[in-house]
Design a protein around this ligand. Structure first.
Ligand code: COA
Length: 202
């Protein structure tokens, strides 16, 4: 059933690092079988994500960085992390977006994307937004197209298991970002089932 009426969005605090790490690891185990090595997903992902999130926010969140949590009551059901001014050309970036694997397809990802867009625009009204997504993560590519994003380049990038994998850079120009923040009324014309086309001339 699709409903986000019972969800609250709030900013994470340092003490949230462990539950974010646990959801992150669970999501990768569930969705990244084609992207990350079996050894990493079976044996290393939990410890690696815990170390990474402890270092990232355990001592306090750095300036220009936020993690927005989707909460159902006290339960964490999704999160998005955003960094301002990450790239001189492409603007601010979404570093991670994950929804509890058992709660996908209920509008939580859309809600988190809108919250991230609003957070960026409140601080950088002229910013663009971008993110990297693994080419093999077809479902997320389809979701980002549905959210009005446009793939502008594809290139090899280092993966958390130590390997390399091709990733798309998806971009939301200023107008698309405003549409995202406003609840995605516009900018959805890009959506196509299953394939990602790079922007012409990219
Ligand atoms: C990708 C992800 C964040 C999307 O969140 P979600 O809560 O499942 O998505 P929503 O229910 O909010 O979907 C929003 C819209 O996108 C559409 N959508 C979702 N998946 C899609 C897909 N594979 N292809 C096309 N459209 C898709 C939905 O149909 C919905 O459209 P509508 O609102 O117009 O009806 C979530 O599935 C997830 O955590 N995946 C695993 C982790 C991951 O890959 N994260 C991205 C890393 S870059």
């Amino acid at each position: 059933m699709r409903s986000t009426a019972n969800l609250a969005i709030c900013e994470a605090a340092a003490a949230d690092w462990l539950r974010i790490a646990r959801l992150h690891a669970r999501s990768w185990k569930s969705a990244y079988g084609r992207v990350l090595s079996a050894d990493y997903l079976e044996h290393r992902v939990e410890a690696e994500r815990e170390a990474a999130w402890k270092e990232r926010i355990g001592g306090g969140l750095p300036n220009g960085f936020v993690v927005l949590l989707a909460l159902e009551g006290e339960e964490l059901v999704g999160f998005v992390s955003v960094r301002l001014d990450a790239d001189a050309e492409w603007g601010s970036t979404i570093e991670n977006l994950h929804v509890d694997p058992e709660r996908k397809g209920r509008g939580t990802g859309r809600l988190l994307m809108a919250a991230a867009a609003r957070w960026v625009l409140a601080r950088r009204p002229e910013s663009r937004l971008y993110l990297w997504v693994f080419e093999e993560n077809r479902a997320a590519c389809g979701f980002y197209q549905r959210m009005g994003g446009e793939a502008v380049e594809l290139g090899p990038r280092s993966a958390p298991d130590g390997g390399m994998a091709p990733e798309f850079r998806f971009v939301w120009q200023r107008a698309q970002l405003a549409a995202l923040a406003a609840g995605l009324e516009a900018g959805e014309a890009n959506a196509t089932a299953g394939t990602v086309r790079l922007r012409e001339g990219a």
